[in-house]
Design a protein. Structure first.
Length: 201
């Protein structure tokens, strides 16, 4: 009974949060082709709740800019790919880079892929390989608010390397790296190369 009551309260709160945004509140709504309604549906799909009306308005404005950009791109002739909304569509590019990507300027990243063996290849390289189509890559995951992209990067690399050797796609644990890797700092950041070296130890 308690669970049902809690779920009912959460549903009411979610409804209130989603419908505090009215299209009439935004003079630019006509230029966004019902973007506010799209925003409401997107919030519901991704469980997005904001702490204040100001935050809601700020995120809506970013979302509408993203939506316009996506629609503009997808309407072009001759494009080779299409874009869409995702969990991050209420974030600025700068926010996303700060929260969800690592710093690739370190010398250790510049050394990745280098080899002491500089002998020429016996067979030419292909123009491209889609490892996803070959079944060598697990689905995209969400690290949440934990700054552990370094562990996700290292783990995904090991999964694909394992696939290439044994022809079986395994799911390894990013959490193990976060908890156990003494070269890095858990949710406060780390090094993908350090995580790889830790796994080899």
């Amino acid at each position: 009974m308690k669970k049902i009551l809690i779920l009912a309260i959460l549903a009411v709160c979610l409804s209130i949060a989603l419908y505090t945004v009215s299209e009439n509140d935004y003079p630019w709504k006509s230029a966004h082709d019902n973007g506010v309604e799209t925003f409401k549906q997107w919030q519901l799909l991704h469980g997005k709740l904001y702490l204040s009306p100001e935050e809601q308005t700020y995120r809506l404005r970013i979302f509408l800019e993203r939506l316009d950009f996506i629609r503009s791109h997808n309407s072009q002739q001759g494009i080779t790919y299409t874009q869409g909304l995702n969990f991050f569509s209420d974030m600025t590019h700068e926010e996303f880079i700060t929260k969800f990507t690592g710093d690739l300027s370190h010398d250790e990243f510049k050394q990745l892929g280098n080899s002491d063996d500089q002998s020429p290849r016996q067979t030419p390289l292909q123009d491209g390989i889609d490892w996803t189509a070959k079944g060598a890559v697990n689905p995209v995951q969400n690290q949440g608010k934990c700054g552990s992209c370094w562990s996700f990067a290292a783990t995904a690399s090991f999964e694909t390397a394992y696939f290439k050797k044994y022809h079986t796609l395994m799911k390894f644990s990013e959490q193990a790296g976060v908890d156990c890797d003494t070269h890095s700092d858990g949710c406060n950041g780390g090094s993908a190369l350090g995580a790889m070296n830790f796994q080899k130890e």
